[in-house]
Design a binder for this molecule. Structure first.
Ligand SMILES: [Zn+2]
Ligand SMILES: [Zn+2]
Length: 359
């Protein structure tokens, strides 16, 4: 079958390859990929920053944002039927207590694997095989947007965990600031809007990009950091920012967010890059502010199946509340055979998908 693979740690090695089709065991289903999304993580793997091949392979099939259809069930599988639409989670558990409890996103010992990232082949391929425990059923009416579920899963996790931890007190958040207006930032803005918050999203670009238009159509205020520096945004929000969802992938912004959130507020840190930005900061001042204002900062990585399932419910709500917005996030569709690494160098629009078996 055709797939997109990289040679780990070799810059710009992503290429179309011919590899054997996966052979599912009796406990696995075979999934025919409809489309895969690509994102900054894939670009960084292609750049050689990280990414590891499965044992016994010298290549890694790329791809973690996925949507497909069950092609074949196993003799010992029960949850799916041929033709069901599915999205697979990314991380596969190790034997630590969190992984054993179904919470591999909270793995303790770093022995987990991740499809398309770390020691397991990904989904940029015509087919994949997997255990049904890692698959989430997608209602057919969400099939056009379901490839966004994987990036959304960390939004679902972040908000669920923030609200859960904030049960530490009476907490009635009114305002949220999302930093970064890429796919995850936009999805987070929709989710916070859907929870009834007043939402501001900020990014570098001047207003007028599709990203800014989609935000505004969802009732979110878009602020360009070229017009308003980050530290001045709380003043636009009545000096009250209850939640900051950080999705820029820029470390200094994450630190600055800790200083902008309101008393008892939450900063959700959701993005990383392999860059390095040393900063000088007044550690005592920041520490004092966090202590005296009960500031909560939470790092959010990966998501287990529960959060994908929450995402399915949230997407149904978004389709009713923000009709057409998820669909318009798909700005570039490329056939599998047309794949080239230029896709990683010409980052534009919101979401690029690789169409594998488009419907
Ligand atoms: Zn991604
Ligand atoms: Zn583990």
């Amino acid at each position: 079958m055709k797939a997109i693979a990289i040679t780990p740690h070799e810059p710009n090695s992503a290429r179309l390859v011919d590899v054997p089709e996966p052979q599912p065991t009796n406990d696995q289903v075979l999934v025919r990929m409809v489309r895969a999304g690509i994102c900054g993580t894939d670009a960084e793997i292609n750049a050689g920053a990280f990414g590891d091949a499965p044992p016994g392979f010298d290549y890694l099939i790329l791809g973690h944002e996925n949507f497909g259809q069950i092609e074949r069930v196993g003799s010992r599988t029960a949850r799916f039927q041929v033709g069901d639409y599915v999205v697979a989670t990314v991380r596969r558990p190790c034997d630590c207590i969190n992984c054993a409890a179904g919470e591999s996103d909270m793995c303790l010992v770093d022995k987990f694997t991740e499809r398309g990232i770390r020691r397991q082949h990904g989904f940029l391929a015509e087919y994949y095989a997997d255990a049904e425990d890692f698959l989430v059923k997608i209602p057919p009416h969400l099939r056009a947007v379901a490839v966004l579920l994987e990036p959304y899963s960390i939004v679902a996790k972040g908000l669920w965990q923030a609200w859960k931890i904030q049960e530490r007190m009476v907490w009635k958040p009114r305002t949220a600031l999302v930093t970064g207006a890429g796919t995850i930032g936009l999805l987070a803005a929709l989710a916070l809007r859907a929870r009834g918050l007043e939402v501001v999203i900020c990014a570098r670009s001047k207003p007028g990009t599709l990203n800014s238009q989609l935000a505004q159509e969802a009732g979110v205020t878009y602020v360009s950091l070229q017009d308003t520096p980050l530290e001045n945004i709380p003043a636009l929000m009545g000096d009250r920012v209850d939640v900051i969802f950080e999705a820029t992938g820029h470390g200094p912004t994450a630190l600055e967010a800790l200083d902008l959130v309101t008393t008892n507020g939450v900063v959700l840190l959701n993005s990383v890059t392999s860059f390095s930005h040393p900063v000088t900061l007044d550690a005592d001042k920041l520490n004092m502010r966090m202590v005296l204002n009960n500031i909560l900062a939470v790092g959010i990585v990966n998501a287990n199946r529960r959060y994908f399932e929450m995402g399915v419910r949230d997407f149904e709500h978004f389709q009713a509340r923000f009709p057409g917005i998820l669909e318009r996030m798909f700005t570039r569709r490329v056939a599998l055979a047309e794949f080239s690494t230029d896709l990683f160098h010409q980052r534009r629009g919101v979401k690029t998908t690789i169409e594998i078996h488009p419907e």
